[in-house]
Design a protein around this ligand. Structure first.
Ligand SMILES: Cc1ncc(COP(=O)(O)O)c(C=O)c1O
Length: 383
């Protein structure tokens, strides 16, 4: 009765369906192997936890944090971007702490668009993008991510008349685990420049990369007209801490800061200190976590291919994205799989119509569990 049209416009989630299916499997006595949620199962680096513990004993951290209190985290974030991507930013105007990339994106859309503006989104995409678009009252136009194009959008195929206010990209990508090179971001930034579009790059998997591969930053293509969202959730296994930062276009960040000023008071200072410390740790610390996901990838992908499933070997992210031959209703397949085997995966259709026929695995279990899960999924009828 009290729900607004805005609230009603936020799409429901198929994850509630999956939750119910897991509940039925549990009630039937099955052990649940939950590969449906991309929350890192690894602990944050111990020195980061130590900084947080110490902060809780410092009464200075108990009050509301003001913008000036965010300086150490802004400076650490700018230092990380300079060290890692060679991007020089003004920590005062071009970096803004977030309570996670998801919060940042929803508020950024409110800050840089007006109701009825167009948002260009990839299909498939991370589902909260659609919710954030609905909250901001945006018209969503999608551009497909196709396997034959390496799950990169063909921006030149977007009709000339489509002049989005924002183009939202995400590489390493959730759900497809595809990666993009720096040249792709240069092309995307040029395309956005020509259409009067803000390029927003959601980059939570920046350091979850495998082998010699290192992900570029969209900010390498320019800072004006580009905003990049970073998160400590995956790179430092701090999902529950809710901390990240936005970097890039000073005008867009000023607008975001204004909107956030009406809504939040920045993260707890202790969490800001922990995040600043995490961002200044040597690269090797992050590589340890990434190597764990790489080993899991190496266990799961061959096991899925042995079933005849089509899956590219991810170079980054914490997912594997597999096309299941014969599956035309991925939601029904994922529900059936959970109910009959206890193995929960995300149905591809949960990420948009372009995800139909696929399922997404989050690599959040040890290699032997992933191999066992693949074997069990091979017994599930595809239709
Ligand atoms: C593409 C993408 N963006 C954002 C997030 C959420 O990031 P945060 O925890 O910083 O809000 C996720 C989490 O799965 C994600 O996959």
């Amino acid at each position: 009765m009290w729900g607004s049209q805005r609230a009603a416009a936020v799409p429901g989630s198929v994850f509630a369906l999956m939750d119910a299916a897991k509940g039925r499997a549990r009630a039937a006595g099955l052990d649940i192997i939950d590969l449906s949620i991309g929350s890192s199962d690894l602990p944050p680096p111990e020195p980061v936890l130590e900084v947080l513990r110490a902060a809780t004993r410092d009464a200075e951290t108990y009050r509301y944090p003001l913008f000036s209190d965010t300086a150490p985290l802004r400076e650490a974030a700018a230092g990380y971007l300079a060290r890692r991507f060679g991007v020089q930013l003004d920590p005062q105007r071009e970096v803004l702490p977030l309570i996670g990339a998801q919060e940042g994106l929803a508020h950024l859309l409110l800050a840089v668009t007006d109701p009825g503006d167009t948002l260009l989104l990839p299909d498939p995409c991370y589902p909260p993008y659609l919710g954030a678009a609905a909250v901001a009252g945006l018209k969503v136009v999608t551009v497909p991510l196709r396997p034959e194009a390496g799950f990169l959008p063909d921006l030149d195929a977007v009709p000339e008349g489509v002049r989005p206010r924002v183009l939202l990209l995400n590489y390493p990508n959730n759900p497809t685990s595809a990666v993009a090179d720096a040249a792709f971001f240069w092309r995307a930034a040029a395309w956005c420049g020509a259409r009067g579009t803000l390029l927003v790059h959601d980059h939570p998997y920046a350091e979850l990369t495998f082998g010699a591969y290192r992900a570029p930053s969209a900010l390498e293509a320019g800072v004006d007209g580009v905003v990049e969202l970073h998160s400590l959730s995956k790179t430092h296994h701090m999902g529950g801490f809710r901390v990240g930062f936005a970097a890039g276009d000073a005008g867009a960040l000023a607008a975001l800061s204004r909107v956030k000023g009406a809504i939040d008071f920045h993260a707890y200072l202790g969490i800001q200190r922990a995040a600043a410390h995490a961002l200044s740790l040597p690269d090797e610390v992050g590589r340890v976590g990434a190597a764990v996901f790489e080993q899991r990838r190496d266990a799961l992908v061959p096991a899925l291919r042995a079933l005849g499933w089509e899956v590219a070997l991810p170079q980054a992210s914490m997912y594997a994205w597999a096309r299941v031959p014969g599956v035309t209703d991925s939601v029904a397949f994922a529900v059936r799989a959970a109910e009959t085997t206890g193995v929960a995966v995300s149905p591809g259709a949960a990420f948009g119509a372009g995800g139909e026929g696929f399922v997404r695995f989050a690599l959040v279990q040890p290699p032997e569990v992933l191999r066992g899960a693949a074997r069990q999924l091979g017994t599930v009828p595809t239709a």
